[in-house]
Design a protein around this ligand. Sequence first.
Ligand code: A2P
Length: 282
Amino acid sequence: MTRVNLDGLQSFYALSNARQIPLLGLGVYLIEPGKATEDAVLWALQAGYRHIDTASMYRNEVSVGNAIRKSGIPRDQIFVTTKLYDHDQGFESAISACELSLEKLGLDYIDLYLIHSPNPGPERRNDSWKALQKLVALGKVKSIGVSNYGVHHLKELLGSNPTIRPVVNQIEVHPWLTARKLSRFVSLSIIAVEAYSPLSRGHKLEDPMLGKIAAKYSKSPAQVLVRWSLQKGYIVLPKSAHKDRIEQNADVFDFDLADGDMNVMDSFNEGYVSGWDPTVAP
Ligand code: A2P
């Protein structure tokens, strides 16, 4: 388990390239572009979040950028991630896709640019990684990483002796999908795990065992799930389109889950995938 200080929303994790990433970010997958996304991002920034995770595939980059500008918070105090989607993988197409994301976000640089999934196959993954390295050299992107990579995809990438190694692998992880082998391999490779769908997309919030643990700490099931990810050493990206929940999901720095409760939650594991699972792609 990675040891980091869990002091509050301003807690950072030092990536392997020494850049700092706020441990808790707002995920905006499935938030409608326009007012819904702008509101959610603004509420999050007002609540103290300094990390927003979007993707070209989410179609809401324009709204994320608008909210960042409206917030009045200096650009260098907000960590923005976006992702290269499957149909844009390849060298030239990845460069163009990143430029388009920058234009939509209205930003000069992206803090973290990720290959969204390994699905397009080995050749395009390799060309895409070369493009991401080039984007760092061009100053358009500060850090690069991957998402939904399985162990074999990471071995392929690390085995190609890249000039720049990935700093994160963003994967679905929560107590019903602990992804133990994968997260261990990722951590041993000095790559940070970013947990998406940390609330199991809401599918397991009614779990009675989770409810018991939450009651013990006078916290909501969602807060206990966010805290579980943090105590695992993961960067965590809960999604909500509601102000009260966005605030609630960040109010997780005033309690500690006991080891016994962490272990009980680990035992929920049933390999439950709430969305897609590209980690098994060839
Ligand atoms: P909503 O966006 O309507 O608030 P995940 O982060 O695992 O993908 O989960 C997101 C799902 O969990 C969404 O359906 C979201 O709904 C819901 N959700 C987010 N925060 C909370 C919360 N604090 N309590 C209950 N449901 C939540």
